[in-house]
Design a binder for this molecule. Structure first.
Ligand code: GTP
Ligand code: MG
Length: 138
Protein backbone atom coordinates (compact mmCIF):
# COMPACT_ATOMS: atom_id res chain seq x y z
CA UNK A 1 0.00 0.00 0.00
CA UNK A 2 1.34 3.47 -0.85
CA UNK A 3 0.20 7.08 -0.77
CA UNK A 4 -0.09 10.01 -3.10
CA UNK A 5 -0.99 13.66 -2.55
CA UNK A 6 -3.94 15.23 -4.38
CA UNK A 7 -5.33 18.73 -4.72
CA UNK A 8 -8.82 19.44 -6.02
CA UNK A 9 -8.04 22.80 -7.63
CA UNK A 10 -9.99 26.10 -7.52
CA UNK A 11 -11.64 25.66 -10.93
CA UNK A 12 -13.27 22.50 -9.56
CA UNK A 13 -14.23 23.71 -6.06
CA UNK A 14 -15.72 26.84 -7.67
CA UNK A 15 -18.00 24.64 -9.81
CA UNK A 16 -19.01 22.46 -6.79
CA UNK A 17 -17.26 19.38 -8.21
CA UNK A 18 -15.54 18.10 -5.04
CA UNK A 19 -18.01 15.25 -4.57
CA UNK A 20 -18.06 14.30 -8.25
CA UNK A 21 -14.25 14.13 -8.33
CA UNK A 22 -14.13 12.16 -5.09
CA UNK A 23 -16.58 9.68 -6.61
CA UNK A 24 -14.19 9.06 -9.53
CA UNK A 25 -11.26 8.71 -7.11
CA UNK A 26 -13.10 6.17 -4.94
CA UNK A 27 -14.54 4.23 -7.89
CA UNK A 28 -10.95 3.75 -9.12
CA UNK A 29 -10.02 2.06 -5.85
CA UNK A 30 -8.11 4.91 -4.25
CA UNK A 31 -9.02 5.49 -0.58
CA UNK A 32 -9.23 9.10 0.72
CA UNK A 33 -7.34 8.75 4.03
CA UNK A 34 -7.00 12.50 4.79
CA UNK A 35 -8.82 15.53 3.42
CA UNK A 36 -9.09 19.25 4.25
CA UNK A 37 -10.55 22.29 2.47
CA UNK A 38 -8.25 25.33 2.69
CA UNK A 39 -7.42 28.56 0.89
CA UNK A 40 -3.78 28.40 -0.19
CA UNK A 41 -1.67 31.41 0.66
CA UNK A 42 0.65 32.92 -1.95
CA UNK A 43 3.63 31.50 0.01
CA UNK A 44 2.11 28.00 0.19
CA UNK A 45 1.40 27.98 -3.56
CA UNK A 46 4.88 29.30 -4.43
CA UNK A 47 6.52 26.65 -2.22
CA UNK A 48 4.32 23.88 -3.56
CA UNK A 49 5.01 24.71 -7.22
CA UNK A 50 8.62 25.85 -6.60
CA UNK A 51 9.88 23.41 -9.24
CA UNK A 52 8.02 25.49 -11.86
CA UNK A 53 9.26 28.91 -10.64
CA UNK A 54 11.22 29.60 -13.84
CA UNK A 55 8.36 28.64 -16.16
CA UNK A 56 6.50 31.32 -18.09
CA UNK A 57 3.16 30.31 -16.58
CA UNK A 58 4.33 30.36 -12.91
CA UNK A 59 2.62 33.64 -12.01
CA UNK A 60 -0.61 32.51 -13.64
CA UNK A 61 -0.37 29.13 -11.88
CA UNK A 62 0.11 30.68 -8.42
CA UNK A 63 -2.69 33.21 -9.04
CA UNK A 64 -5.04 30.45 -10.10
CA UNK A 65 -4.17 28.16 -7.17
CA UNK A 66 -4.84 30.95 -4.65
CA UNK A 67 -8.01 32.27 -6.31
CA UNK A 68 -10.55 30.05 -4.51
CA UNK A 69 -10.42 27.25 -1.91
CA UNK A 70 -8.77 23.94 -2.70
CA UNK A 71 -9.22 20.49 -1.17
CA UNK A 72 -5.96 18.83 -0.16
CA UNK A 73 -6.04 15.05 0.16
CA UNK A 74 -3.96 11.97 0.85
CA UNK A 75 -4.94 8.97 -1.27
CA UNK A 76 -3.94 5.38 -0.55
CA UNK A 77 -3.78 2.38 -2.88
CA UNK A 78 -1.32 -0.13 -4.30
CA UNK A 79 0.95 1.97 -6.56
CA UNK A 80 -0.98 5.10 -5.58
CA UNK A 81 1.18 7.60 -7.53
CA UNK A 82 0.90 6.05 -11.03
CA UNK A 83 -2.64 4.89 -10.34
CA UNK A 84 -3.87 8.40 -9.52
CA UNK A 85 -2.01 9.95 -12.48
CA UNK A 86 -3.89 7.50 -14.71
CA UNK A 87 -7.20 8.46 -13.07
CA UNK A 88 -6.38 12.21 -13.49
CA UNK A 89 -5.50 11.98 -17.20
CA UNK A 90 -3.10 14.14 -19.21
CA UNK A 91 -2.18 17.63 -17.94
CA UNK A 92 -3.89 19.22 -20.96
CA UNK A 93 -7.52 18.00 -20.96
CA UNK A 94 -7.48 18.01 -24.78
CA UNK A 95 -5.10 15.04 -24.52
CA UNK A 96 -6.81 13.29 -21.60
CA UNK A 97 -8.34 9.84 -22.06
CA UNK A 98 -12.09 9.20 -21.79
CA UNK A 99 -13.31 8.74 -18.23
CA UNK A 100 -10.37 10.53 -16.60
CA UNK A 101 -10.99 13.39 -14.16
CA UNK A 102 -9.42 15.95 -16.49
CA UNK A 103 -11.40 14.71 -19.52
CA UNK A 104 -14.61 14.83 -17.48
CA UNK A 105 -14.10 18.14 -15.67
CA UNK A 106 -11.04 20.22 -16.67
CA UNK A 107 -11.49 23.52 -18.52
CA UNK A 108 -7.98 23.96 -19.98
CA UNK A 109 -4.31 23.22 -19.15
CA UNK A 110 -4.21 25.88 -16.42
CA UNK A 111 -7.60 25.04 -14.95
CA UNK A 112 -7.20 21.27 -14.99
CA UNK A 113 -9.17 20.44 -11.82
CA UNK A 114 -6.64 18.25 -9.97
CA UNK A 115 -3.03 17.83 -8.96
CA UNK A 116 -1.38 14.49 -8.21
CA UNK A 117 2.19 13.76 -7.11
CA UNK A 118 4.61 12.59 -9.81
CA UNK A 119 6.83 10.31 -7.66
CA UNK A 120 6.78 8.55 -4.28
CA UNK A 121 9.49 10.95 -3.08
CA UNK A 122 7.47 14.04 -4.04
CA UNK A 123 4.31 12.49 -2.61
CA UNK A 124 5.99 12.21 0.81
CA UNK A 125 7.24 15.82 0.62
CA UNK A 126 3.87 17.18 -0.53
CA UNK A 127 1.93 15.23 2.12
CA UNK A 128 4.26 16.56 4.82
CA UNK A 129 3.65 20.15 3.62
CA UNK A 130 -0.06 19.85 4.49
CA UNK A 131 -0.69 16.96 6.91
CA UNK A 132 0.65 15.70 10.21
CA UNK A 133 0.97 11.93 10.34
CA UNK A 134 -1.80 11.65 12.95
CA UNK A 135 -4.27 13.33 10.57
CA UNK A 136 -3.86 10.50 8.06
CA UNK A 137 -6.15 7.62 9.00
CA UNK A 138 -5.96 4.59 6.72
P1 GTP B 1 0.09 18.75 -11.47
O1 GTP B 1 -0.50 17.47 -10.99
O2 GTP B 1 -0.80 19.96 -11.19
O3 GTP B 1 1.51 18.94 -11.05
O4 GTP B 1 0.04 18.59 -13.05
P2 GTP B 1 1.02 17.78 -13.99
O5 GTP B 1 2.04 17.03 -13.20
O6 GTP B 1 0.13 17.01 -14.91
O7 GTP B 1 1.70 18.95 -14.80
P3 GTP B 1 3.04 19.79 -14.46
O8 GTP B 1 3.60 19.38 -13.15
O9 GTP B 1 3.91 19.72 -15.66
O10 GTP B 1 2.48 21.27 -14.36
C1 GTP B 1 1.93 21.73 -13.13
C2 GTP B 1 0.68 22.52 -13.42
O11 GTP B 1 1.03 23.70 -14.11
C3 GTP B 1 -0.34 21.83 -14.34
O12 GTP B 1 -1.24 21.00 -13.67
C4 GTP B 1 -1.05 23.01 -14.94
O13 GTP B 1 -2.12 23.42 -14.12
C5 GTP B 1 -0.01 24.08 -14.98
N1 GTP B 1 0.53 24.19 -16.33
C6 GTP B 1 1.35 23.33 -16.98
N2 GTP B 1 1.62 23.77 -18.22
C7 GTP B 1 0.94 24.95 -18.35
C8 GTP B 1 0.81 25.90 -19.39
O14 GTP B 1 1.37 25.77 -20.47
N3 GTP B 1 0.01 27.00 -19.12
C9 GTP B 1 -0.62 27.17 -17.93
N4 GTP B 1 -1.38 28.25 -17.72
N5 GTP B 1 -0.52 26.28 -16.92
C10 GTP B 1 0.24 25.21 -17.13
MG1 MG C 1 3.23 17.93 -11.68
Amino acid sequence: MSRTFSIIKPDATRRNLTGAINAVIEAAGLRIVAQRRIKLTQAQAETFYGVHSERSFFGELVAQMTSEPVVVQVLEADNAVPKYREVMGATNPENAAEGTIRKLFALNVGENSVHGSDSDENAALEIAQFFAEEEIVG
